[in-house]
Design a protein around this ligand. Structure first.
Ligand SMILES: Nc1ncnc2c1ncn2[C@@H]1O[C@H](COP(=O)(O)OP(=O)(O)OP(=O)(O)O)[C@@H](O)[C@H]1O
Ligand SMILES: [Mg+2]
Length: 436
């Protein structure tokens, strides 16, 4: 890519023309003998810094030595910036100051925020740094990724992760949109509401969803927005082996296809309990569509949840078993910690000894997932529940065995070991004792 085109997305969030001009004036005051105006290289580095890239990352993109970029910045741009913002010479301490200082004096375009205040509050998030780094790398790195989904079972922390991510990167976008699909809104209502809040120059030809969609895509091509769609599975129909849109929601497929496949400079984050074709993407390095399968928390992070719920630390030697029984699912761990407090006086050993795992709202959580399964999946859960030992695939006699096993694995309801397939403990107990 030619240098002039690098980091072009900065134009969506920053008033670049004004900035180039004002920095050129500061440069002229500092270095009157130099030709007036920022050089192309200076403009490129400025855009890179504004997008949150370090000098090392910028050097990599420009295919030049890091030292060259660092020297150029400290002899040029950093000094102009101090001048422009009325600071002392050499007071800039980190490349990160550049965006902060310029934002403080109003060079960032004002951000449009749609439903952003409807995002639920996320209390402390334990762990998940690896996942956050991965998602940020996909979204903000130099790959052309524009669509990421976070897939995982109920309570695993998808929404919490998406919100933490969105808050961490929101400054890098000139518009931010939050949309939960939990209450199954019709697509034309959703798009109508978004477009109402976007500038007037993108009025759709009609109120039909497809005209609204093409107006939206125009906007997302011209502007860099962050769109977070939570609970996509709410608009999938239940009872089928592959995740399909429910009858009145088929047009959402077009929305997701456009967001994933058409070129644009925005970023889409989707959370869903189920993965469908539009979310599948690929694991290839340059794929514009990526997904992250969210697994359980590591021991240390999960232990922080138990500690926060005030399980007595005297019982800590049993925490590992407890965490592993719930496969590190944060919501289940919170529920079970409360139950242990309330019914077992905080004694984890006694709780584990009574061998019941489906307590409190955990039943409801699995109910919700069980009801959505296809008949074949329910049949196979039943077969696996009859066996205490894992079953090899050959031993599972069912005409749709292979598809159903894959689907159940994707939903994290069953697990595979060297000897075969088995239910995770809570699902085992649920199927044995709670399914009529
Ligand atoms: N990493 C974490 N650290 C601490 N608490 C967490 C973490 N992840 C999730 N939680 C807590 O677990 C609960 C469930 O999280 P969240 O709502 O994000 O799950 P989800 O995967 O979106 O579930 P659903 O499929 O029902 O939408 C919340 O109470 C949240 O605060
Ligand atoms: Mg959620």
């Amino acid at each position: 890519m030619a240098t002039e085109q690098l980091f072009e997305q900065a134009a969506a969030q920053w008033n670049l023309a004004q900035l180039y001009e004002d920095l050129a004036k500061a440069k002229a005051e500092l270095m009157p003998h130099k030709q007036y105006g920022l050089t192309t290289a200076e403009q490129t580095r400025l855009r890179g810094l504004l997008l949150g890239h370090s000098p090392a990352e910028i050097a990599k993109q420009q295919v030049i030595a890091v030292r060259t970029v660092e020297v150029a910045l400290s002899q040029g741009l950093y000094r102009y910036l101090e001048r422009l913002t009325g600071r002392d010479r050499n007071s800039l301490e980190s490349w990160r100051d550049v965006a902060d200082w310029l934002e403080a004096v109003g060079y960032r375009s004002t951000q449009i925020a749609i439903n952003w205040n409807q995002m639920p509050d996320v209390p402390a998030l334990y762990g998940r740094q690896v996942e956050l780094d991965q998602l940020k790398h996909w979204m903000l790195g130099t790959s052309a990724c524009r669509f990421v989904s976070i897939i995982g079972p109920a309570g695993m922390g998808k929404t919490s992760l998406a919100i933490t991510l969105a808050k961490a990167v929101q400054k890098q976008f000139d518009g931010v949109i939050w949309q939960s699909l939990r209450h199954q809104p019709a697509l034309d209502n959703v798009l109508g509401q978004w477009l109402n809040k976007l500038p007037d120059d993108i009025t759709p030809h009609s109120d039909e969803w497809y005209d609204q969609l093409s107006a939206l895509m125009n906007y997302l091509r011209e502007h860099r927005c962050l769109v977070v769609i939570d609970n996509l599975e709410s608009i999938f129909s239940s009872g089928s082996l592959v995740s399909e849109y429910a009858p009145n929601y088929a047009n959402y497929r077009e929305l997701l296809k456009c967001l994933g496949e058409q070129p644009h400079q925005s970023c889409i984050v989707v959370t869903s309990r189920e993965r469908n074709q539009e979310l599948a993407g690929s694991k290839a390095v340059n794929s514009p569509i990526r997904y992250l399968e969210l697994g359980g928390l590591q021991y240390e992070d999960a232990a922080q949840i138990l500690a926060a719920e005030r399980l007595p630390t005297a019982t800590k030697s049993y925490w590992k078993s407890l965490i592993s029984q719930y496969r590190g699912n944060p919501l289940m761990l919170r529920i079970v910690a409360m139950t242990i407090q309330d019914l077992f006086d905080g004694d984890v050993r006694r709780f584990l000894g009574q061998k019941r795992t489906v307590v409190g709202n955990i039943e409801y959580l699995i109910d919700q997932q069980y009801e959505r399964l296809s008949e074949a999946e329910q049949d196979i859960l039943g077969m696996l529940a009859e066996n205490a030992e894992p079953m090899p695939i050959e031993a599972i006699e069912h005409p749709r065995c292979l598809e159903a096993i894959s689907a159940l694995l994707r939903r994290s309801l069953i697990e595979k070991s060297a000897v075969g397939f088995t239910l995770i403990p809570v699902v085992m107990e649920y199927v044995r004792h709670h399914v009529p």
